[in-house]
Design a protein around this ligand. Sequence first.
Ligand code: ADP
Ligand code: MG
Length: 308
Amino acid sequence: MEYALSVSNVKKIYGTGVEALKGVSLEIRSGDFFALLGPNGAGKSTLIGIVSGLVNKSEGNVKIFGIDIDKNFPLARTQIGLVPQEFNFSIFETPLQILRWQAGYYGISGKSSSKRSEELLEKLDLWDKRNEQSRTLSGGMKRRLLIARSLIHQPKLLILDEPTAGVDIEIRRSMWEFLKDINSSGTTIILTTHYLEEAENLCKNIAIISKGIVVENTSIKELLSRTQRETLILDVLAYKSLPPSSSDGFQFKSLDSNTIEVVFDNRNDLGKLFAELGRYNITVKSLRNKTNRLEELFVDLVAKGNGR
Ligand code: ADP
Ligand code: MG
């Protein structure tokens, strides 16, 4: 089995004494679309920084396609494309200049540099802006410029640190399509995100990190099948009394005279829920899911991580 990334017992203590990673181990298969999820301060950017050589680890091993970054960083580096969380290009340079410079950094020159730059700017919808100073680009365009730049040397592993933070939904969707495309043509992708929906839509496997510890590492499919607790918000006509909590596997809570929250095991039959409400003469006008299932699980897992 070839791993695109293999991280073993990686620790990071910053000069300030902050222990950002407390022994992280992860294996990500070649071809995977992998989500790294976690709240702010969990250590996601630190881990990505270590993998891409921007941050020195305190302990542990990192291999990229089998290449140990401590033994051959120059070779390991060429395998990775990085889209950092913060914009880190010169805002006075144009997209074309930024891509050409990056190409040069990876030893790509002349015709192939121009060809590659043009291709990427077109693909990422930046061609019209190629000669404008980057400071004039919108947030979404700047993010796409980072993506174009990260792909200039055709890396086998693309790492994106919160690529869609602050990007509006339309651009986020087109970015998703773009990422799905390059993943299906063979590029391994790792992304960190706050949008759980994003992990659910894009990724095959997932790790959840909290306070420098991996609290979960599994497939999205398996994770979802494990999440059985569901919460519905019911808009109802005014009612007199509520069924007792935990009747028939449903837990009811009154939010106000027209709103009821019900928590239940989603393998439970919804017909039973309506029958129970019927017995108490409660008429449901509409219902909605309170949270997405993964989001609930995520909250549970982070709580679990905090408990350690
Ligand atoms: P995330 O990307 O998951 O939000 P980070 O890796 O940025 O998390 O941060 C993890 C922890 O390390 C936080 O407590 C953060 O304050 C700390 N940290 C991050 N970068 C530095 C740094 N350069 N110096 C000191 N502490 C840092
Ligand atoms: Mg971060």
